[in-house]
Design a protein around this ligand. Structure first.
Ligand SMILES: [Zn+2]
Length: 85
């Protein structure tokens, strides 16, 4: 997956890119999660490690550790750590 071309790193409050592992520990998925400065919603691009579905959406995340939910298999996906830029 590629980050959107319009992204400019200085506009970000948070951004992370992580590989996601399935139950066997295989890095089958990937997530980009970011929030622009001044915005409440996080944007994400997700490849689910469990079912392989790729999706792009927005979500409001309040408490760490952040979790996303796959819209296809409905598994909860833990984002273990965010890098603060
Ligand atoms: Zn899934």
């Amino acid at each position: 997956m590629e980050l959107p071309a319009e992204i400019n790193i200085k506009d970000f409050a948070y951004i992370t890119r992580r590989r996601l592992r399935d139950e066997q520990g295989e890095p089958k998925g990937e997530v980009f999660l970011w929030r622009r400065k001044g915005e409440e919603e996080f944007n994400y691009r997700l490849k689910c490690p469990y079912c392989g579905t790729e999706e792009e959406s927005t979500v409001i995340l309040k408490r760490r550790p952040y979790r996303l939910k796959c819209s296809n298999c409905e598994r909860s996906i833990l984002i273990e750590k965010l890098v603060h830029k």
